[in-house]
Design a binder for this molecule. Structure first.
Ligand SMILES: Nc1ncnc2c1ncn2[C@@H]1O[C@H](COP(=O)(O)OP(=O)(O)O)[C@@H](O)[C@H]1O
Ligand SMILES: C[C@@](O)(CCOP(=O)(O)O)CC(=O)O
Ligand SMILES: [Mg+2]
Length: 328
């Protein structure tokens, strides 16, 4: 069996706009998904997803005589368990040329699902890495990131950026603009996360921004303006200017909100953080529900968030310098 792990991330700036070629700066954090992959003697795929329901569940499918997988969980959980992992296994088969190989896949993750912390990218990166290594091929990190991007692109209906997958594969803070992906120097940022306990559907939210952008020129301008914030943000990051980073994050949140991807709970967590004296706060990832990220070296934001209605959990996130990690 081969086991790999990969980190989640927060966006300091630029989610959504990055899908249309604007730059974005995500930053890997120390919450990880671990995926174990073991070759089978038949061509079936058996996925054991520990974190997709209270007790986890196992689904086995892929034999020629099989109907739909027979498992006692909701359709949506099943689709969730299968989507990214199926795509990742397709990539493994493509890299190695072993089209009919079957696997037992075990996923364990500390990253909340659909909450903007990049669980899908971390699962895709770790699954492709472990799967290829199980068959004797160790991918360069750049190719691993590219293959994981292809997986996200397909599952998200042809709309995805390389930001999450590159960041998860390489670790640290990164800058992604189209197919140009690079690592950035970053000071150790005082990141505080607020989580509303919910989730958003990345594909649907991306599609919503796309149609707004097609319908209204001012929505397209809003997307371009996010790109300008990111360019300013890079300078502030290089200078380690926390106040300016925070101001730009606040601005970025406002524009994401204008594009319809915030929610009442995300907005109230953002305001709780600002009222508590955070340098800035914004939603992270696709939005709709899930997480915000704030900058605050003191405990004030975490304390305020812990009393905020709509906030289910709050924690400090450490920057992860390590991207994919090869554990076994
Ligand atoms: N622990 C896990 N086990 C299996 N699949 C997972 C796990 N975590 C994430 N995924 C996959 O990633 C999807 C969530 O990705 P997405 O909607 O992009 O949100 P995010 O990347 O912000 O967490 C889930 O629906 C599921 O397909
Ligand atoms: C909205 C988007 O920019 C980021 C999505 O991040 P997440 O899956 O919500 O963690 C989409 C993408 O870049 O593929
Ligand atoms: Mg995702």
């Amino acid at each position: 069996m081969a086991v790999s792990s990969a980190p989640g991330k927060v966006y300091l700036f630029g989610e959504h706009a990055v899908v249309y070629g604007e730059p974005a700066v995500p930053c890997a954090i120390e919450v990880r998904a671990r995926v174990g992959v073991e070759r089978r003697t038949d061509s079936k795929l058996r996925i054991h997803a520990e974190d997709l329901s209270l007790d986890g569940f196992t689904v086995e499918y892929g034999g020629t005589a099989d109907g739909p997988p027979d498992v006692d969980v909701s359709e949506s959980l099943l689709t969730a368990a299968m989507g990214y992992v199926d795509g990742a296994i397709e990539q493994v088969r493509d890299v190695t040329g072993e089209e009919d190989v079957g696997f037992d896949v075990t996923i364990e993750s500390d990253i909340p699902l659909g909450a903007g912390l990049g669980s899908s990218a971390a699962v895709a990166v770790a699954a492709i890495d472990a799967g290829t290594r199980e068959l004797g091929t160790t991918l360069e990190v750049d190719e691993l990131a590219e293959r994981a991007y292809q997986t996200e692109y397909e599952v998200q209906g042809g709309q995805a950026s390389r930001a999450d997958t590159f960041c998860s594969a390489t670790g640290g803070a990164v800058r992604v603009e189209g197919d140009n992906c690079q690592s950035l120097e970053s000071p150790d940022l005082p990141l505080v996360i607020g989580f509303d306990g919910g989730a958003g559907d990345t594909g649907e939210l991306v599609a919503g921004v796309r149609s707004l952008r097609e319908e209204y020129e001012f929505a397209a301008d809003t997307v371009d303006a996010i790109g300008d914030i990111v360019r300013n943000g890079e300078t502030a990051l290089a200078a380690g200017d926390l106040e300016e980073l925070g101001r730009l994050m606040n601005f970025n949140h406002g524009l994401l909100s204008a594009l319809g991807v915030s929610s009442r709970s995300l907005d109230s967590m953002v305001w709780a953080a600002r009222d508590a004296g955070a340098a800035g706060a914004k939603l992270t990832g696709a939005g709709g529900g899930g997480c915000i990220v704030a900058l605050d070296p003191t405990d004030e934001t975490q304390t305020a968030l812990s009393y905020t209605p709509g906030c289910a959990d709050t924690f400090r996130a450490e920057l992860s310098e390590t991207g994919v990690e090869r554990l076994e």
